[in-house]
Design a protein around this ligand. Structure first.
Ligand code: NAI
Ligand code: MG
Length: 357
């Protein structure tokens, strides 16, 4: 059969973004060299420096250029010289929202060779996928400020929940749960205090659940959910929540799995009308940028998730196995208690891929 070629847009952006994206591209090139598909990469030099120089993160026509690609590999955006709400909305959300990447998917596991800060959790005890609503909710950008600086200054941050967006996201989350061995989903809301939007979520979840009779469903309030994640990690599998709630829960999940430096995120357009975007969960980490010590594992796992989305399941699994083998051997960066730098971990993973081929 014909060899598939996938065109990848890289947006390394700020801080450690370029360091981890370079490492990710190297690993992707290595895995494709021993597989029966091809990858091409195009670099987009959009960052906070671009914004400071031109007033824009994305130049005119930029989104149309991105649309030509099969997927986007993103680093991190955010710089000390630009307020975080400007950088986030200027680059990351400026891609996620028009491309309708409405499902943000965050798998978490305790990788071999790494340790959970939880005393009673080891590899296998914590194996979750968090599905986060990624298009509206608390991050819809609705609201305003009046009487700036005055004692009676007023601001609103309005959450938007639409049946259309909640339903499509819940259906995607149930499909995700159905594909996993445990077929178990926990629907997280806060429908005691947030008595409008969250009650609607609960109602729609019940409706969607009827389409998935083989999926076990349970329901949690977000505050109690934090306790359950810490105390009974084994009782959870797929987790679905709103934009804000899942944002917070997924950082907790990453920390419980060992480090923010290993966790991946997929921003998916499940309709596949637009390219989806893949990125490590972590930010631009300016405190360690330029030193060559950033943990590239989050980007490697991200790259694996990207391959999976492109249909290259076998390569995705193999890449993750190689990453775990290298971690298991103790080749770890400082955030995981090791002494290796970015290049050493990257070289070890590439070597492992070639050895296993
Ligand atoms: P951060 O994730 O950049 O850093 C938090 C802590 O984790 C720091 O101590 C950092 O050194 C460490 N860390 C993060 N990634 C690491 C890695 N790969 N290896 C080793 N250590 C790592 O989060 P922070 O400090 O809250 O945000 C910094 C900037 O990044 C801000 O401008 C923020 O807005 C932005 N940000 C961007 C995101 C994105 O582009 N998706 C996501 C989160 C934050
Ligand atoms: Mg976050």
């Amino acid at each position: 059969s014909e060899t598939s070629t996938y065109s990848i847009a890289c947006i390394p952006a700020d801080g450690i973004g370029p360091e981890v994206v370079d490492a990710g591209v190297e690993v992707l090139k290595t895995i494709s060299s021993v597989s029966d598909f091809k990858l091409t990469f195009e670099n987009y030099d959009w960052s906070s420096d671009t914004y400071l120089a031109t007033g824009k993160y994305i130049p005119d026509g930029g989104l149309e250029s991105l649309k030509k690609h099969d997927a986007i590999l993103f680093g991190a955006v955010g710089a000390p010289s630009v307020p975080d709400h400007i950088s986030l909305w200027g680059l990351r959300l400026a891609i996620c929202q028009p491309f309708q990447q409405f499902a943000n998917v965050r798998p978490t596991r305790i990788l071999q060779g790494t340790q959970s800060p939880l005393r009673n959790a080891s590899t296998g005890d914590l194996d979750w996928v968090i599905v986060r609503e990624n298009s509206e909710g608390e991050y819809a950008g609705q609201g305003g400020r009046s009487h700036r600086g005055l004692p009676w200054e007023t601001s609103t941050e309005v959450s938007i929940f639409t049946r259309h967006c909640v339903e499509r996201l819940l259906r995607f989350a149930f499909e995700t749960a159905q594909k996993r061995p445990k077929k178990h989903i926990t629907v997280v809301t806060k429908s005691n205090a947030q008595r409008n939007g969250m009650v609607m979520w609960d109602e729609i979840a019940l409706e969607v659940a009827k389409e998935f009779p083989d999926v076990k469903v349970d329901k949690m309030l977000v505050d109690a959910m934090t306790c359950r994640m810490v105390l009974q990690p084994n009782s959870l599998d797929t987790i679905v929540a709103t934009n804000l709630h899942a944002d917070i829960l997924s950082d907790l999940a990453a920390a419980l799995a060992g480090s923010i430096g290993i966790a991946p995120t997929s921003n998916l357009d499940p309709t596949r009308q637009n390219p989806s975007m893949f990125e490590p969960i972590h930010g631009s980490a300016f405190n360690i940028a330029g030193k060559g010590v950033a943990n590239p594992v989050g980007t490697f796992w991200t790259a694996a998730e990207m391959l999976r989305w492109l249909g290259e399941e076998a390569a995705a699994d193999r890449l993750l196995e190689c990453v775990e083998t290298v971690c298991g051997r103790g080749v770890l960066t400082a955030d995981l208690g090791g002494k290796a730098n970015t290049k050493e971990v990257t070289d070890a993973v590439c070597e492992e891929i070639r050895t296993q081929a």
